[in-house]
Structure formats: structure tokens, C-alpha cells
Design a protein around this ligand. Structure first.
Ligand SMILES: C[S@@+](CC[C@H](N)C(=O)[O-])C[C@H]1O[C@@H](n2cnc3c(N)ncnc32)[C@H](O)[C@@H]1O
Length: 255
């Protein structure tokens, strides 16, 4: 999926919503940040986590944000403009030109599932982490990501079209063996599943609906069908049987 232009804007509204905040709280908790640490966020998006990490590590530490999307990096720079201890890398995470054993912790949220060669990113993560360093990843179980309300056939058509938006539908299931094979230990999973029953303008369901609708059109679903799906979501909300469910999983591991 392309995270430039309007998509970058929608993604950042999602990051600022209750779903984004809850995920960041879980990540910050798992990172257990100490003053002076150097921490990398892979796929930093609009930089919400970078800002919080920079404040937590203090002036002797450093928060690094990596993202190949120029639109995302520009927004992240704007967000962190007051902070001197943030560094930006506008590139993919498959190969990173930084020294071995460089970071105290590396984290990533809803990004690894978008990277085709995710194994190369995990190898790079291992290389860049200090011994005793921590890796914290949040990825979504996309098979369990669903809007509820519209009639079944139409709903399935739209969700099936959205499957093409990322490479790895069920990454959290594979994460433990991938990390074990690289020598990580103490690998723990925590579910961050949620249900949303409102489509108001601040709701993550609304931003996600917009993203899926745009993606379905791009995949060749007709405008009529996409509009019908959105109308059925609105009607379901009115009638009190609308729902949006997602199942992100936080995986943490030590090296
Ligand atoms: C869904 S967004 C998540 C952004 C942020 N982590 C958050 O939670 O708000 C996914 C991000 O992954 C980035 N991305 C895509 N391919 C990448 C790659 N090869 N390496 C690093 N980041 C990548 C995108 O540009 C996008 O900003």
C-alpha cells in the first residue's frame, strides 16, 4: 500500500485516534524506556511515537524514525520540530546504513506486514540491536479485521479486495519462530484487539472505512458497490448493529 498523499493523511488521523493511542501506550509500556537510550521506530509514519520516545529518553538519548515515504517523514519532522534528539531516515528498513549493536531497542507498529521481504528487516533488526536489547512489534491479524453491518456478499467483496493491501495477512502467528530462529528469547505476545461501534468523525472506524473504500475502488470494485457498502454501514449504525473489529498483536522479544 502506498503511504503518500491522501493515504498518509488518513494514516496519521488513524494514529491520532483512540486505536492509535492505545497501541502506543502498549508499545511504550513494553519498551520500558531508560534515560539515554537510542531507540529506532521502523515505519515511523507521522512521528507520534518518535515524539514520545524522544521525550522519554531525554537529551542524552535519541529517537530515530525510519520511513520510505517522504510525506510521512515530512509530517514526522513537523511533529518533532521542537525536539533536538530526533533523527530521520527516509528509506526502507531492509538495509540500514548504521553500525552493528547500535540501538537499545527497536520497535515497529503496523509496518512489517507491508514489507515483502520481512525476513531481511528482522535480520537487520538483530544486527542493529545491542546484546540485551529489546524488539517490540505490533502487527495486525488481518484475517480478523472486519466491518460488521452490511449484507454478507457485499461485505466479503470489499474485504477480499482489501486483502491485497499488505503482503503478510497473519504475521503475528509467524513472528515467534522467525524471532527464535534469529536468536531472540523471552518472546511474548499480547493481544490488543478492539471493537468500535461508532462511525463519528474521530472514530478509527471512519478513517479505516475511507481507506478501505479507496483501496477497493483501486482494485476494480465499482463505485456503486463501494457507495452501497458505505450506505449499508451508515444504516447499520443507525439501526444499532454496526461494528468494526481489529486484532493487533504486540510481540516483544529480547536479544
Ligand atoms: C500503517 S503505517 C504505520 C505508521 C506508524 N507506525 C503508526 O503506527 O502510525 C505503515 C508505515 O510503514 C511504512 N513502510 C512501508 N514500507 C516500508 C519499508 N520497507 N520500511 C519501513 N517502513 C515502511 C509506510 O510508509 C507507512 O508510514
Amino acid at each position: 500500500m502506498d503511504f503518500s498523499g491522501a493515504n498518509s493523511n488518513l494514516q496519521q488521523r488513524m494514529a491520532a485516534s483512540s486505536a492509535g493511542i492505545n497501541r502506543r501506550l502498549a508499545v511504550l509500556n513494553a519498551l520500558d524506556i531508560q534515560i539515554g537510550q537510542k531507540i529506532l521506530d521502523i515505519g515511523c509514519g507521522g512521528g507520534h511515537l518518535l515524539e514520545e520516545v524522544a521525550l522519554s529518553v531525554g537529551p542524552t538519548g535519541k529517537s530515530f524514525g525510519l520511513d520510505p515515504s517522504e510525506a510521512q517523514i515530512t509530517s514526522a519532522k513537523d511533529r518533532c520540530i521542537q525536539l533536538k534528539n530526533v533523527e530521520f531516515l527516509c528509506q526502507g528498513a531492509e538495509k540500514i546504513n548504521l553500525p552493528t549493536n547500535f540501538f537499545d531497542s527497536i520497535t515497529s507498529t503496523q509496518t512489517l506486514e507491508y514489507i515483502e521481504n520481512v525476513d531481511s528487516v528482522l535480520v537487520e533488526t538483530k544486527r542493529l540491536l545491542k546484546s540485551g536489547g529489546k524488539f517490540v512489534n505490533v502487527s495486525v491479524l488481518w484475517d480478523h479485521f472486519k466491518f460488521h453491518g452490511p449484507e454478507n456478499e457485499l461485505n466479503t467483496l470489499i474485504h477480499d479486495a482489501f486483502r491485497a493491501h499488505c503482503f503478510h495477512q497473519m504475521l503475528p502467528i509467524e513472528m515467534k519462530s522467525k524471532l527464535q530462529n534469529l536468536g531472540f528469547y523471552n518472546i511474548k505476545n499480547k493481544e490488543l484487539a478492539f471493537l468500535i461501534t461508532e462511525r463519528n468523525n474521530n472514530s478509527p472506524a471512519k478513517f479505516t472505512e475511507e481507506t478501505i473504500a479507496k483501496f477497493a475502488l483501486k482494485e476494480g470494485v465499482s463505485e456503486d458497490k463501494v457507495l452501497d457498502w458505505r450506505n449499508q454501514l451508515a444504516l447499520a449504525e443507525e439501526q444499532g448493529h454496526f461494528g468494526f473489529t481489529s486484532f493487533p498483536v504486540l510481540t516483544e522479544a529480547l536479544l
